[in-house]
Design a protein around this ligand. Structure first.
Ligand SMILES: Cc1cc2nc3c(=O)[nH]c(=O)nc-3n(C[C@H](O)[C@H](O)[C@H](O)COP(=O)(O)OP(=O)(O)OC[C@H]3O[C@@H](n4cnc5c(N)ncnc54)[C@H](O)[C@@H]3O)c2cc1C
Length: 441
């Protein structure tokens, strides 16, 4: 039986919600050369992307700096949560649990939500271009998430890229892919199902959770399925011990985890993945390409560089204040952010982190607006993963941060390895608090 979110969206079907949200959003149809929203006389914060980071920022800038005008631009008509979407794939939660209106929080907190495709960023003119017009900013917060980077696998072979993107979609970005992946999982008739995971990627523990829930489903249905996780890392990580235990105890004949499976070649047409740990033929697959910062970060010319001068693929921003080099009023937050620490590299690409960074940036903007000095804000991270659906048992990981003696961020990771129902209940509590925080319900 699936769990329904008891909120304003309780009875609405997704189609109804989508239609209502689109109607309320009243997308502004203008020539792209025209101004999207006339200047109000107030200084303006423009937020690009209405995901976990962007929605949080919009709410908290309004609260901490009520004199500023806040505009959030997002292409989608409704918010779709990737957290808990693995559970949705096997019907533990229903669609209404993941979907939220953009208009409700915009109304409640007093910011403007514009539904539009953002097409370019001109940092020289402090201007954002959208398919429906442009918008000037005083502060810019880019919270645009990730993009799939198939080029390291296929170079410029558009046929292979499109084929893989459509046939072996992974649903790691809020979009129509989720429906496709759900169908694929439910329609699988048996055989070998391969999953690739190239770090750093969005939500490091989530592919293992997905494997567990798929294995649970196939065991229930007595489908003769072999799920092979091709992991380039030397071991499962994070939550190493309890994932290994869950694979061993709950799904011994269904899940095979292959460490050090660094990808050498992907042939989607002949259904083969060649890795440093061997070649794997598959009947079906979720082929997760490398992830990178979303296109908008590239358009804003904010991709960091390696010491050799090559693009890192991720935003190069200040590790404590998240602002662009030489541009204190332009920030990048959430999954698009690059490495922040010599000790641990990237923050885990998690909604919890994006939420905390959104709150922090709101404080920074409020202080800048008053001409006051910024102080670092230390964030945290918390993540629950469901590994069994009957009985419902989850595991968890917590990350704490501090600034070390040399001024670098230091991370402490605490795995909660004992799988139990209480952690599943905590997961539901956590996500409820999060939705209330930025999505007004
Ligand atoms: C299967 C799965 C499970 C997960 N589980 C958890 C979990 O349990 N806990 C947790 O903390 N995190 C989890 N995550 C990770 C979480 O989803 C991300 O870390 C979080 O969404 C990052 O927030 P963000 O604001 O950076 O990006 P997003 O939430 O992706 O938001 C980016 C937004 O920008 C918009 N956008 C991008 N480009 C444009 C453009 N050009 N024009 C208009 N709009 C644009 C996108 O449409 C999107 O809405 C999970 C992720 C997945 C895939």
């Amino acid at each position: 039986m699936s769990i329904t979110r008891r909120t304003v969206l309780r009875t609405g079907a997704v189609a109804a919600i989508t239609a209502a949200a689109s109607l309320n959003a009243q997308p502004l149809i203008m020539k792209s050369s025209s101004e999207l929203i006339p200047r109000s006389g107030k200084r303006r914060v423009v937020i690009l992307g209405g995901g976990w980071g962007g929605m949080t920022t919009a709410r908290y800038v309004r609260e901490t700096a009520p004199d500023l005008e806040v505009v959030m631009i997002e292409r989608n008509p409704v918010f779709w949560s990737c957290p808990l979407s693995n559970k949705w794939l096997i019907d533990v939660v229903d669609t209404n649990f993941l979907v939220h209106s953009y208009m409700a929080p915009a109304r409640r907190y007093g910011y403007t939500y514009v539904q539009a495709e953002i097409t370019d960023i001109d940092r020289g003119k402090r201007r954002v271009h959208t398919a429906q017009g442009h918008l000037d900013y005083d502060w810019l917060v880019i919270a645009a998430g990730i993009r799939y980077a198939f080029e390291p696998w296929f170079g410029n072979d558009r046929k292979a890229i499109e084929y893989t993107r459509t046939q072996y979609a992974t649903a790691y970005i809020p979009s129509a892919e989720h429906a496709l992946v759900k169908q694929k999982i439910h329609n699988f008739k048996g055989g070998t199902f391969v999953m690739t995971l190239p770090p750093p990627h969005r939500c490091p523990p989530s592919p293992y959770e997905r494997a567990c829930l798929m294995a649970w489903l196939y065991q229930q249905r007595k489908t003769n399925a072999k799920i092979i996780i091709l992991d380039p890392k030397p071991m499962i990580a994070p939550i190493t011990a309890s994932y290994a235990q869950a694979f061993r105890e709950l799904y011994p004949n269904t899940i095979t985890h292959v460490p050090k499976a660094v990808i050498k070649e992907v042939d989607p047409f002949n259904k083969v993945v060649k890795t440093a740990a061997g070649d794997f033929k598959f009947d079906d697959a979720l082929l997760m390409s490398p992830h990178q910062a979303a296109d908008l970060v590239w358009k804003a010319d904010l991709i960091g560089k390696t010491p050799e001068g090559r693009p890192t693929g991720w935003a190069g921003v200040h590790p404590l204040y998240y602002n662009a080099p030489n541009d204190p009023q332009v920030f990048v937050i959430g999954d698009a952010m690059g490495a922040v620490s010599p000790q641990f590299g990237h923050y885990p690409k998690a909604g919890h982190v994006a939420n905390r960074q959104g709150r922090s940036v709101a404080q920074f903007i409020a202080l800048q607006a008053k001409g006051q000095e910024l102080k670092p804000i230390i964030i945290d991270n918390l993540c629950y993963m469901l590994v069994n659906n009957s009985p419902r048992e989850a595991i968890a990981v917590q990350f704490d941060y501090k600034i070390g003696p040399e001024g670098h961020l230091i991370q402490t990771q605490i795995d909660d390895n004992e799988r139990r129902e209480e952690l599943w209940k905590e997961d539901l509590r956590w996500v409820g608090i999060m939705y209330k925080d930025f999505a007004a319900g």
